[in-house]
Design a binder for this molecule. Structure first.
Ligand code: ADP
Length: 397
């Protein structure tokens, strides 16, 4: 069965058509600037050149229609008609406490997703628009929602409650939810597989280090803690997000700089992280280049990033009373060889020994620790689209 995986943002829509039998990508692409001047669809059929279609996309329904046209096009299409799409899997950012697994979408599910809008005002409404557009154009095709938060719903109360008046949890469901769940689930399962073991008898720490980053503790197959919180702002120092800070800093800076809480929130999300600290870029490659050129602030930024990762790993090793596997994934985790080496320098006390030869790898699944290392270190490319396709197939089969 062919499964269309959709990741819908407020002005963009990413897609992949995956043949679930062979688990291969038939085509993938991206619609950008939906609802803005200069909309463009970039469509890449497997093994062929990219095709760019520049045409107005006033809304997401038009974008979905263009995606279907591209997929069925006589020249650069990969299927003959809509009938060859068996199901659609949608990435949905926030499932609140309502969704601990993926679900087949119906009107009740749509309403429940809408009720989580408050918790992810930038993401959930866009995800819903994507779902509704697909339902309009493919009314007979089953659709599945796969939530970023679902995998983390197994966290115990002690890990998800904040030290705040309990009424904020009761009234507004203020608690830790965690994100990148599809990736943490996929990578922890892959890590166990690479060791020839099952996840159910292992303690695994997954370091998802991309533009956004999060770490999770997966104990015997269940997530027991993760670094992102109510929103994806908490935890690691990220591309442009601050990660953990003293919450009193917000009021302090608002007073000093005359910012509103909303403006402060924007600083924390868009102007902080390695971008704000280094004054160079949000991209780790640029910061590394600057550091190698002698830029001291860039060097300190990288050191602060690595240190924060190492602190979380230490916390999660303590939470699980040990760790068997530490797996690195996402843009930085998969590709940044020197970054992994710097982070692993902190793990001596765990008996984790990096093999510098084996660590010389980018975007490939591999054990990167020495034979006999007490903790196994791994590089594991994440594949959220494939994980969404698998979960979609499991529910519609
Ligand atoms: P997103 O959260 O947007 O999905 P990604 O997982 O794609 O992010 O990660 C993007 C980050 O990965 C960028 O900061 C980029 O610098 C980093 N990255 C990608 N390739 C490399 C590389 N070869 N070396 C160092 N960093 C890399």
């Amino acid at each position: 069965m062919n499964i269309l995986v959709i990741n819908c943002g407020s002005s963009s829509l990413k897609y992949q058509l995956i043949d679930s039998a062979s688990e291969t990508v038939l085509a993938k692409g991206l619609c950008e600037r939906i609802g803005i001047d200069g909309s463009v669809l970039t469509h890449t059929p497997a093994g062929k050149d990219k095709v760019k279609v520049e045409t107005p996309m006033p809304n997401h329904t038009v974008a979905v229609k263009l995606v279907i046209d591209a997929l069925t096009n006589a020249d650069h299409g990969v299927i003959k008609s809509l009938d060859e799409i068996g199901a659609v899997g949608h990435r949905v950012v926030h499932g609140g406490e309502k969704f601990a697994t993926s679900v087949v979408i119906d009107d009740t599910v749509l309403k429940a997703i809408e009720e989580c809008n408050d918790l992810a005002p930038l993401h959930n409404p866009a995800n819903l628009i994507g779902i509704n557009s697909c339902r309009e154009i493919m009314p007979k095709v089953p659709m599945v929602a796969v939530f970023d938060t679902a995998f983390h719903q197994t966290m115990p109360e002690k890990a998800y409650l904040y030290g705040l008046p309990y009424e904020y949890y009761e009234k507004y469901k203020v608690r830790r939810y965690g994100f990148h769940g599809t990736s943490h689930d996929y990578v922890s399962a892959k890590a166990a597989e690479l060791l020839g073991r099952t996840r159910d008898d292992l303690k695994i720490i997954v370091c998802h280090l991309g533009n956004g980053g999060s770490i999770s503790a997966v104990n015997h197959g269940k997530c027991v803690d993760t670094s992102m919180g109510l929103t994806p702002l908490e935890g690691l120092i990220m591309g442009t997000r601050s990660g953990d800070i003293d919450p009193a800093i917000c009021d302090f800076i608002c007073q000093k700089e005359g910012l509103t809480p909303a403006e402060m929130n924007n600083v924390l999300n868009k102007k902080s992280g390695v971008l704000g600290l280094s004054r160079v870029s949000s991209d780790f490659r640029d910061i590394e280049a600057a550091a190698n050129d002698g830029n001291k602030l860039a060097r300190v930024t990288l050191d602060a990033f690595y240190y924060r990762v190492a602190k979380y790993v230490g916390a999660y090793a303590a939470a699980m009373n040990g760790v068997d596997i530490i797996a690195f994934t996402a843009g930085v985790g998969e590709n940044n060889i020197s970054g992994r080496a710097e982070i692993c320098k902190y793990f001596g006390y765990l008996g984790a020994e990096l093999d510098t030869e084996k660590n010389n790898v980018r975007g490939e699944e591999r054990i990167i620790s020495r034979d006999g290392s007490r903790v196994t270190l791994m590089c594991i490319p994440t594949n959220e689209e494939l994980a969404i396709a698998r979960q979609t197939l499991a529910l519609v089969k």
